[in-house]
Design a binder for this molecule. Structure first.
Ligand code: HEC
Length: 106
């Protein structure tokens, strides 16, 4: 009887230890969206402009020229690394992406 209880305890603890800490979908949600998923909401675009001219200018001037001269698909990889550098949260990432998309070369 004692062995069964210990066995059940070990199985239970192994199950707890194997439970993933963060769900993969939570990580994907904070990524820079694909062009088709970018918000075209005016409020998001103007909030994005504020981020672009404040949080994105800690290391360099606002990269307006780089944004307007490239397509969103060209900018997406650099934007992916920049949002990490600027430590933006998910909402800010969606907003700055909306601003960059709205101003990128079409
Ligand atoms: C921690 C510093 C840092 C922050 C914060 C940062 N960047 Fe950058 N960024 C760099 C560096 C370094 C480079 C490469 C050198 C350069 O072009 O100035 C760069 C380059 C870029 C480029 C490429 C420029 C080109 O000519 O192709 C773009 C676009 C850009 N950043 C946009 C952003 C945006 C948008 C944000 C805010 C989400 C941001 N950056 C925040 C450091 C930073």
């Amino acid at each position: 009887m004692k062995k069964i209880i210990i066995g059940a305890y070990i199985v239970l603890m192994a199950g707890v230890a194997c439970t993933p800490k963060a769900s993969p979908s939570a990580v994907a949600a904070s990524a820079v969206p694909e062009a088709s998923a970018v918000s075209s909401d005016e409020a998001a675009i103007s909030a994005g402009q504020v981020i672009f001219t404040t949080k994105c200018t800690k290391c360099h001037a606002a990269k307006t020229e780089a944004v307007t001269s490239k397509s969103y698909d060209e900018l997406r990889p650099v934007l992916t690394s920049m949002v990490k550098k600027a430590k933006l949260n998910n909402e800010e990432i969606q907003q700055v992406s909306a601003y960059v998309y709205a101003n990128s070369k079409k």
